[in-house]
Design a protein around this ligand. Sequence first.
Ligand code: ZN
Ligand code: ZN
Length: 161
Amino acid sequence: MVDQRSTDRPERMSWHAFFASQSRVMALRSTCPRLAVGCVIVRDKRMIASGYNGSINHDEHCVDVGCKVVDGHCVRAIHAEQNALLQCARFGVSTEGADLYVTHRPCLHCTKSIIQAGIVRVYYETDYRADPYATYLLQKAGVTLEQVSSQLDMLLNGHQG
Ligand SMILES: [Zn+2]
Ligand SMILES: [Zn+2]
């Protein structure tokens, strides 16, 4: 006999889906309406930091006063990856050899910071403005870049049968 409880329960979430989902949840806290990005930094299968794109501490939020757009970019918001890395700097947590999960493919500036912080693997869910120079830098530094799925849409909508 098969125990019904074990067959009814959805399959256990993979690590990739789990951390990619965490980054999606982080993105829900974003304060810039142009793009909601979330990020988590992971070491030894544990989250050591997280971030989302939003205003610099003490500044006003884009969602309250509008974006501050210069040359097509919102300059008010700091990116999710930078926020997560700086959280590590602030609290003295090493990012050496860590993995980074982010909802969207990192921009060139974040890519530079990611490499300099010693991150070795970057996982993103949504392709976004792929920068050839960023891709080149990651390859040169031996940092792997891989697209993964949070499976969140399936998990939230797909279990009714
Ligand atoms: Zn903004
Ligand atoms: Zn960025």
